[in-house]
Design a protein around this ligand. Structure first.
Ligand SMILES: Cc1cc2nc3c(=O)[nH]c(=O)nc-3n(C[C@H](O)[C@H](O)[C@H](O)COP(=O)(O)OP(=O)(O)OC[C@H]3O[C@@H](n4cnc5c(N)ncnc54)[C@H](O)[C@@H]3O)c2cc1C
Length: 397
């Protein structure tokens, strides 16, 4: 690769794209590396957007210090969206019409948040949160608002609700499932997360959806629930999931994964797409897991691991990745941590619960599959070795 002219072109200057570029250089790759990003900001980290940025504690959340890209000889092209990919010609096309050649292409274009169904126009006071600009726009309205409704109690919805409440707003969190996080962690742990939100003062409405966002004079005024209840809202945050950003691949013949398995760009177990010398990773990518089952995962550590694998596929050698999956969510003063691969339908064993903090083991067919804790960092982390080999959950109980 190092003798090539075009080198590696990475589409998407977020966590995954930056980590691939950095790993290429760390692995000794000497050819050109070009990182193309649609946003104009220097590449930044997303987890703080729903937490410290909303709380007003952080402003710059850059992934790398100023000067990193120049020192690492990584060409950064910001504010330039890729609109087409042509694997036959080994080019990508930018919105400006310019084409960029590649020898190896890496796709790390992340997600778009799903808008509220039927809401086709921008309405003042209605927000979604995926980008830095989204977070700053929402933050800018907090001081002049009294009430907020967050639609959807997934991880991001729960975090935003907690942050808005901490900023002094009256917050309702509306979720059609019986508990928050029910899809990811099941209802038993969801109930403990419900307790956390209710005890902190969130008006939690579960088992019911939002029918309508009520608008007057171009600005949100309330939301109407399926049972006709109207919740007044100066701010509404829609957190009902996201879709992989793949529109620019139309006509490229690069295969997408079916929606039933999570959609996104179909990859093998090391990030190769259906096109030669084209890889995909991060939130947009749907890799085969160890059991050859397609999976798309929307977590930070997962993206970091995949970036290491992809860089090693390009430069040779074996990637060092975490042997046990991990992600976290910060809600109020608690860190919720998820280790391993627990599923909502696993058996759940709550082994510690002091009324606020808790630890639970998950098992399938008697074997430990995951550990979930809130405010129990040490207890969660010490189970990591038990998740590295099949461990009967009975050994821990
Ligand atoms: C608000 C929020 C909070 C989160 N909190 C947590 C957390 O607490 N814990 C956790 O584990 N994970 C968390 N995550 C998830 C984590 O941030 C993601 O898993 C991670 O950012 C994925 O990295 P990525 O590179 O795949 O995508 P992204 O970071 O989304 O980067 C993709 C980039 O590609 C760019 N792009 C898209 N299309 C194009 C195009 N056509 N041309 C050029 N560029 C393009 C986008 O502008 C974007 O900058 C959070 C995410 C969000 C949004």
């Amino acid at each position: 690769m190092s003798g090539s002219v075009a080198g590696v072109v990475i589409v998407g200057a977020g966590l995954g794209g930056v980590r691939v570029a950095e790993n290429l250089r760390n692995n000794g790759f000497a050819g050109p590396v070009t990182l193309i990003g649609a946003e104009t900001h220097p590449p930044y980290d997303r987890p703080p957007l729903s937490k410290s940025v909303l709380l007003g504690k952080d402003d710059r959340v850059d992934l790398k210090p100023d000067g990193f890209y120049a020192e690492a000889d990584i060409t950064l092209r910001l504010g330039e969206a890729v609109t087409a990919v042509s694997p036959g010609d080994r080019t990508v096309t930018l919105a400006s019409g310019t084409t960029v050649d590649y020898d190896t292409l890496v796709l790390a274009t992340g997600l778009d948040p799903r808008p509220f169904p039927g809401l086709t126009e921008r309405v003042a006071g209605v927000h979604m949160i995926r980008t830095y600009d989204d977070a700053v726009a929402l933050r800018g309205e907090i001081d002049s608002a009294r009430s907020a409704v967050v639609i959807g109690a997934g991880f991001i919805g729960c975090e935003v609700a907690a942050s808005l409440l901490s900023r002094g707003l009256r917050v309702s969190l509306v979720e059609p499932a019986p508990t928050p996080l029910a899809v990811a962690l099941g209802e038993r742990i969801g109930a403990l997360v419900s307790r956390l939100h209710v005890d902190n003062g969130i008006d939690l409405r579960t088992g019911i959806g939002v029918d309508t966002i009520v608008v007057s004079d171009g600005r949100v005024r309330a939301v109407e629930l399926a049972d006709g209840t109207e919740l007044p809202a100066d701010i509404v945050v829609v957190g009902i999931g996201s879709t992989p950003v793949t529109g620019y691949l139309d006509g490229s013949c690069i295969e997408l994964a079916p929606r039933e398995v999570g959609g996104g760009i179909a990859c093998d177990a090391t990030g190769h797409t259906s096109a030669e010398n084209v890889y995909a990773l991060g939130d947009v990518a749907n890799w085969l897991d160890d059991d050859d089952v397609p999976h798309r995962v929307e977590h930070w550590n997962h993206t970091v691991d995949q970036a290491s694998v992809v860089a090693h596929q390009i430069t040779g050698g074996d990637a060092v990745t975490a042997s046990v999956a991990y992600f976290w969510s910060d809600q109020f003063d608690l860190k919720i941590q998820v280790l391993g691969a627990p599923r909502a339908d696993d058996e759940v064993h709550v082994v510690d619960d002091d009324g606020k903090k808790f630890v639970a083991y998950y098992s399938r067919d008697g074997i430990l599959t995951g550990v979930v804790g809130a405010g129990k960092v040490g207890a969660v982390m010490k189970t990591r070795p038990k998740l590295q080999t099949p461990t009967p959950v009975a050994d821990l109980l």
